[in-house]
Design a protein around this ligand. Structure first.
Ligand SMILES: Nc1ncnc2c1ncn2[C@@H]1O[C@H](COP(=O)(O)OP(=O)(O)O)[C@@H](O)[C@H]1O
Ligand SMILES: [Mg+2]
Length: 358
């Protein structure tokens, strides 16, 4: 059995099913992110593991022990919240020591462990400062030191970066990941930010309305989304509705155009949703060579928006469908020459095409 296991866990608040059929195994030392829009049940799942919220049905196992009915204080979880929740009148070292003092550990051991935790988050030099004398990123590192100093069986992070500005967020996420890898702590993180989840976690759990939509490694989830929700939540996608004609061939319902793609998960005649990523497509004024085998759509330019790193191009087909294409900045010259109404061809490789269930 996995080190940490949610077994068909469900949570109902009066009349509201916050989490249902939650099944997840996490291996020792792994960092997993629960990712999904606000209200999808991420915090509730984390809090059921911490023991702050009771489980309506199902069970949770940690290191071979059924902890479903174990009170929060004896589950040995270390938690970092969105706000730092530091004691304002205590120094950094006192904040970190607090949990150990509550556990009545010997003074010498508390001193040793606090020193080591502050080294881990590289705050040794600031041990005597008060929280208000620290930056937001440093305060969050104190919160992290306070969570790891108790040597938790699992580290829980609930939107740990959301109080920080964009630049700091980038820095602190790398620090948290480094501390997690150095300590080898099994970690469950909650976030609504896909970049954060992609860059920090070994595996992602994509949630929607209390349910798990997909579990997988970051690249796996981005490259092979299980369904439309995941494809749209993890980045952007273009969609075309239609039916599978035969193996490898899909017909668009609106235009009768046929596209090539892997259809192996569908039978001929099945309705499906073709999708491709905006950054995997190209645009050209003339139709691309047919021998390239690319999928091609004809349309006209609606808008081209300069975004710095990239240029977002919106294209409308004669049938009224619209598609978004993301060109690299190196194509800025090409994009600058385009006028609204210019006839264009969008092309992308069959290998960059995914068929999803409708
Ligand atoms: N204490 C509570 N009482 C009633 N409903 C709650 C409570 N906490 C959360 N919920 C509801 O449960 C659902 C999931 O909430 P939550 O786990 O906080 O989502 P997330 O962390 O993904 O934003 C939401 O619909 C929310 O309104
Ligand atoms: Mg939340």
């Amino acid at each position: 059995m996995s080190y940490l296991k949610f077994n068909d866990v469900q949570k109902d608040y009066e009349g509201v099913r916050a989490v249902s059929h939650f099944d997840l195994g996490i291996e020792r030392g792994e960092m997993v992110a629960l990712l999904g829009p606000s209200g999808c049940g991420k915090t509730t799942s984390l809090r059921m593991l911490a023991g702050f919220v009771s489980v309506t049905s199902g069970s949770i196992f940690l290191d071979g022990r059924n902890i479903t009915a174990v009170p929060a204080y004896s589950r040995n979880t270390g938690m970092v919240f969105q706000g730092y929740a530091l004691f304002p009148h205590m120094s950094v070292a006192q904040n970190v020591a607090f949990g150990l003092e509550m556990r009545r550990l010997p003074k010498a051991e508390i001193g040793r462990r606090v020193t080591r935790a502050l080294e881990r988050v590289r705050l040794s030099a600031l041990a005597d400062r008060l929280p208000r004398q620290l930056s937001g990123g440093q305060q969050q590192r104190v919160a992290l030191a306070r969570a790891i100093v108790i040597d938790p069986a699992v580290l829980l992070l609930d939107e740990p970066l959301s109080a920080l500005d964009a630049r700091l967020r980038h820095e602190v996420r790398a620090e948290i990941r480094q501390v997690q890898q150095e300590t080898g702590l099994t970690t469950l993180m909650v976030t609504h930010d896909q970049d954060e989840a992609l860059s920090m976690a070994d595996r992602l759990v994509i949630m929607n309305q209390g349910r798990i939509e997909q579990i997988g490694q970051p690249a796996e989830v981005y490259e092979n989304p299980a369904n439309r929700f995941v494809a749209e939540f993890m980045g952007k996608s273009n969609f075309i509705g239609g039916t599978v004609v035969e193996a490898g061939r899909f017909r668009c319902a609106a235009s009768d155009t046929v596209f090539s793609c892997d259809t192996s998960r569908f039978t001929p005649g099945a309705e499906a949703l073709l999708s491709f990523r905006p950054e995997r497509a190209r645009i050209t004024a003339t139709p691309p060579d047919t021998i390239s085998g690319a999928n091609v759509l004809a349309g006209e330019l609606k808008t081209a928006t300069y975004l710095g790193q990239s240029i977002e191009v919106s294209i409308a087909t004669a049938g009224g469908q619209s598609f978004n294409i993301l060109l690299p900045n190196s194509d800025a010259g090409l994009a600058a020459g385009l006028q609204p109404g210019s006839a264009l061809h969008v092309s992308w490789a069959p290998a960059d095409t995914r068929l999803l269930p409708v």
